[in-house]
Ligand binder design. Structure first.
Ligand code: ADP
Ligand code: MG
Length: 476
C-alpha cells in the first residue's frame, strides 16, 4: 500500500477504589440501577465534590508505571456539555494541568521487535452515568451508579503504525493496570475502554493526515478490525480524490459508521473547577509511592526469559495478570522448577480456569498442594498423564485433600518394582516376535506400540517413560 497508518489511542481505565472520585458512594458494577448515587453525583445544588485520595494515588502509580513525569501540582477543570448521562451539566476532568505527562511504553511485537509509544498525558476525571436504550420500548432509561466513578484517561502520542501495534499497546496497558491492582481491566464490563484516532498519509510524507476518532471498541480484536477497516476506507477516499472528514465514528462490529462531527475544545468552555483546590504532591509521598510499586509485567517478562529460560509465549501468558504470575512464583517457592511450573500453569491450570470461567483468584487449589501433585509426577510415582488428566481434576474438586491420598484412592501409583517391570516387558516381547523382528529391521516407530502393550498389561501401573527407556535398550 502507498499509505501509512497513523494511530493514537485514548484509553479510559475505571478505578476500582472503595468510593467514587468526588463522592462517597461505592464503586459497583451490575447492581440495581441508581442504588449507588449520592446528591453530589446527581449534581444537586449546594453539594460539593470532595477529592478521593485513593484515586490520586492510583493515577500517580499508573503514571509512574508508564514512566511519566508526575506533576507536583495540578488542578481540575470543568468540561461543559449537555447530555442526560451527565446530570451536573459538566464533567470534572483535567485539561491544562493533568496529573502525569510524557511517559512511554515499549511494545513487544510477535516478531520479537520492540516499538516505542509515547504517552502524551494521563488525566484523572469522573465517569458519566449510563444510558440504557434497550430496557424500555419507548424511553431511554438512565442508570447513575457509574456517574462519578474515578477514571484515568491515558492519551498516547500518534506513534502507533499498525493494528498489531495498537492491540499490543492496549494489552500492555491492561496488564499494567491489573498488576497495579487499580482496575480489573475488563473491557466487556467497560472498566477498560478505548477510542482510536486514525489517519493515513503517503509513505514518506511528514505531515499527518486528517484524523477520525473511532468509539465503541469493546475488545482488543475489535480495535484491530476497526483500524483495518478505517484504514481502507480512508485510503479509498484519498485514492478517489476525496478528503477525509474530521469526525467521530463508531464501530458496529463490521464497519465504522459516522456518529457526529468532531467537537473542538472551544465547544466545551473548559475552565478551572472552582469547587476543588489545586493538588500538591510532595516529593516524599511520590518517592514512597515509587518504592511501593510491584514488579511490573515487563520486568517480570524479562526475568522469566533471562533467568528461567522460559519461552516468550510462556512468559507472555504468565505476565497476563498479577494473581496468575504470583501463583507461578509461589510454585517456584515450593521448589517446582520454572519450566515445569510454567507447563502446569499454562496447561492444566489455564484450561481449568477457562472451562470454569473463573479468574485465578477463584482457583481453589493452594500452590503448596499443586506443588505436591507436581512432585508426584516429577518423581515418577504417578505418570504425567495420570497426574494431569486424573489426579489434577480430582484434586481441584477436593482442594483440601492430600494429593497422595487421592492418588492412593484412585490407584494411580506406578509400580516401583523393577522385577515386575522387567517381567511385563519380557511378556510383551515374547508375545510379538514378528513385530520385534520388524522393529529390528528399522521400523522404530513400533516402539510406541510396545510401550502401549506393556502399560496395558500392567493395568496402568508401569511408568511409560521408564518402559520406553528399557524397551529402547533391549531392542537396540
Ligand atoms: P481529543 O480531545 O480530540 O480526543 P486528545 O488530545 O484527547 O484529543 O486525543 C488525541 C489523540 O489523537 C491522541 O491519542 C493523539 O495521539 C491522536 N492523534 C492526534 N493527531 C493524530 C493524527 N493526525 N492521526 C492519528 N492520531 C492522531
Ligand atoms: Mg480525548
Amino acid at each position: 500500500m502507498a499509505y501509512e497508518m497513523v494511530v493514537g489511542l485514548e484509553v479510559h481505565v475505571q478505578l476500582q477504589t472503595q468510593a467514587k472520585v468526588f463522592a462517597p458512594e461505592a464503586v459497583t458494577f451490575g447492581e440495581r440501577p441508581n442504588a449507588f448515587v449520592s446528591w453530589v453525583s446527581l449534581g444537586y445544588p449546594g453539594t460539593l465534590p470532595v477529592l478521593n485520595k485513593a484515586c490520586i494515588e492510583a493515577a500517580a502509580r499508573l503514571g509512574l508505571a508508564l514512566e511519566c513525569e508526575i506533576a507536583s501540582e495540578f488542578f481540575f477543570s470543568r468540561k461543559n456539555y449537555f447530555y442526560p448521562d451527565l446530570p451536573k451539566g459538566y464533567q470534572i476532568t483535567q485539561e491544562a494541568a493533568p496529573i502525569a505527562r510524557r511517559g512511554q511504553v515499549f511494545l513487544r511485537l510477535a516478531d520479537g521487535s520492540r516499538h516505542r509509544v509515547g504517552i502524551e498525558r494521563i488525566q484523572l476525571e469522573e465517569d458519566t452515568g449510563k444510558s440504557l436504550h434497550d430496557q424500555d420500548p419507548f424511553d431511554t432509561l438512565l442508570d447513575y451508579n457509574r456517574a462519578g466513578i474515578g477514571l484515568v484517561e491515558i492519551v498516547s502520542e500518534p506513534d502507533i503504525r499498525t493494528p498489531q501495534q495498537a492491540m499490543a499497546y492496549l494489552a500492555h496497558i491492561r496488564r499494567v493496570v491489573r498488576f497495579l491492582g487499580i482496575s480489573d481491566g475488563n473491557m466487556e464490563e467497560g472498566s477498560l475502554r478505548c477510542d482510536a484516532n486514525i489517519s493515513v498519509r503517503r509513505w514518506g510524507e511528514e505531515r499527518f493526515g486528517t484524523r477520525v476518532e473511532i468509539k465503541n471498541l469493546n475488545s482488543i480484536s475489535a480495535l484491530g478490525k476497526a483500524l483495518d477497516y478505517e484504514y481502507r476506507r480512508q485510503v479509498a477516499l484519498l485514492e478517489a480524490g476525496q478528503a477525509v472528514q474530521r469526525e467521530t465514528r463508531t464501530w458496529d462490529g463490521t464497519q465504522t459508521v459516522p456518529l457526529r462531527e468532531k467537537e473542538t475544545a472551544d465547544d466545551y468552555r473548559y475552565f478551572p473547577e472552582p469547587d476543588l483546590p489545586p493538588v500538591r504532591l510532595s516529593e516524599e509521598w511520590l518517592e514512597r509511592l515509587r518504592r511501593s510499586l510491584p514488579e511490573l509485567p515487563d520486568r517480570l517478562f524479562d526475568r522469566l526469559i533471562g533467568e528461567y529460560g522460559l519461552s516468550a509465549d510462556d512468559a507472555l501468558l504468565l505476565t497476563e495478570d498479577r494473581p496468575y504470575a504470583e501463583y507461578f512464583q509461589a510454585l517456584l517457592r515450593e521448589g517446582v522448577s520454572p519450566k515445569v511450573a510454567a507447563s502446569w500453569m499454562n496447561g492444566p491450570v489455564r484450561a481449568y480456569l477457562n472451562e470454569a470461567a473463573i479468574p485465578m483468584e477463584a482457583f481453589p487449589l493452594p500452590a503448596s498442594s499443586l506443588a505436591k501433585l507436581i512432585r508426584l509426577a516429577e518423581s515418577r510415582q504417578v505418570s504425567l498423564t495420570a497426574a494431569r488428566e486424573t489426579l489434577f481434576p480430582h484434586l481441584v474438586q477436593n482442594p483440601t485433600a492430600e494429593p497422595a491420598d487421592i492418588a492412593q484412592r484412585l490407584d494411580l501409583f506406578l509400580s516401583q518394582d523393577e522385577n515386575q517391570l522387567e517381567a511385563w516387558i519380557a511378556d510383551v516381547l515374547a508375545e510379538h516376535p514378528d513385530k520385534v523382528e520388524t522393529y529390528r529391521k528399522g521400523k522404530v516407530g513400533l516402539l510406541g506400540f510396545f510401550v502401549g502393550q506393556v502399560v496395558r498389561r500392567s493395568g496402568g501401573k508401569a511408568d511409560p517413560k521408564e518402559v520406553q527407556r528399557r524397551l529402547a535398550e533391549k531392542l537396540a
